[in-house]
Each structure stands twice: as structure tokens, then as C-alpha cells.
Design a protein around this ligand. Structure first.
Ligand SMILES: O=c1ccn([C@H]2C[C@H](O)[C@@H](COP(=O)(O)OP(=O)(O)OP(=O)(O)O)O2)c(=O)[nH]1
Length: 139
């Protein structure tokens, strides 16, 4: 079904359906992303994420399949101490300009627990069979 302008205006900025991993995230501004380019798209959403969690911004598979549109930095990270507006870095790999209207769902958000890393300098690393082999070293 084609969404009308009125439906777009009424759409909430983010919505989750039961059983879905992510909540869809909508744009709050009109943006045109030309082929081969990217834009930071405003959502009008400001979050306070509990410490120990992050939100990942992920592409929507339908936009990727139909339009070649995805997120430049997928998954985008929203830190728990970030208090600014959530923006979505939309990149257009397709051949047509990608037109975004307020209310269009352009990404999805997933809440994830994170393990906080603390680094300290050590004397050396333990030996393993792999050692420093990587990038196809096993064939
Ligand atoms: O797609 C994104 C990615 C990031 N952010 C916001 C929230 C995040 O907490 C902050 C910083 O993101 P990130 O750590 O990826 O950016 P950076 O390039 O490492 O910058 P900084 O030095 O500000 O951490 O920018 C967004 O709104 N959308």
C-alpha cells in the first residue's frame, strides 16, 4: 500500500512489532540522496540508553534489496552517554535518487548489552597455533 502524506505525518518516529528484533526508525526531514552519495538524516529522536547497553542502527533489508540503499556505517553505534539527536547515515548504492520524506522508515534500532573494555599494557602474549596468521592464512 502506498503511504500518503497524511499517514507519514501521523507515523511515530520509531515503532516495534512484537517478535521483531529491531524498532523501525523514521526520518523527520525531507532529504534526497543522489546515487553514489550519502547523507546524515535527522530522526528527531534523543535517547537516554542505560549504561551497559548500546543501540545499533541497522539497514532495512527491503530498502537494500529494492533500492540499493543501506547505512554507510552499519551498524551505527549510539553510545549510552550520547545525548544528541540520533542521525542515520543513509548511502545510496542504487542508480536512482533516493527521496526521503518525514515519517519514512529508513533504518532499524537494536538494543544490545555491551561488555566494557579496560586495557592495560602487559609483558607479552600467550602462544597459539594460529599465531599472527590471518586474512586467509588457513587457505
Ligand atoms: O549512525 C550514527 C552513528 C553515531 N551517532 C551518534 C551517536 C553516537 O554515540 C555518536 C558517536 O558515534 P561514533 O562513536 O560512531 O563516532 P566517532 O566517529 O567515533 O565519534 P566520537 O569521537 O564522537 O565518538 O554519534 C549517530 O547519531 N548515528
Amino acid at each position: 500500500m502506498k503511504r500518503t502524506e497524511a499517514a507519514r505525518r501521523l507515523a511515530p518516529p520509531a515503532y516495534a512489532t512484537e517478535g521483531s528484533a529491531g524498532a523501525d526508525l523514521a526520518a523527520c526531514e525531507s532529504v534526497v540522496v543522489p546515487p553514489g552519495e550519502w547523507r546524515a538524516v535527522a530522526t528527531g529522536i534523543f535517547l537516554e540508553i542505560p549504561r551497559g547497553y548500546e543501540i545499533q542502527l541497522r539497514p532495512r533489508s527491503g530498502l537494500a534489496l529494492r533500492r540499493g540503499v543501506t547505512l554507510l556505517n552499519a551498524p551505527g553505534t549510539i553510545d549510552s552517554d550520547y545525548r544528541g539527536e540520533v542521525k542515520v547515515l543513509v548511502v545510496n548504492h542504487g542508480r536512482e535518487p533516493f527521496r526521503i520524506a518525514p515519517g519514512d522508515r529508513i533504518a532499524q534500532m537494536v538494543l544490545q548489552p555491551v561488555v566494557v573494555m579496560n586495557f592495560e599494557e602487559g609483558g607479552g602474549l600467550s602462544e597459539t597455533e594460529r599465531g599472527s596468521g590471518g586474512f586467509g592464512s588457513t587457505g
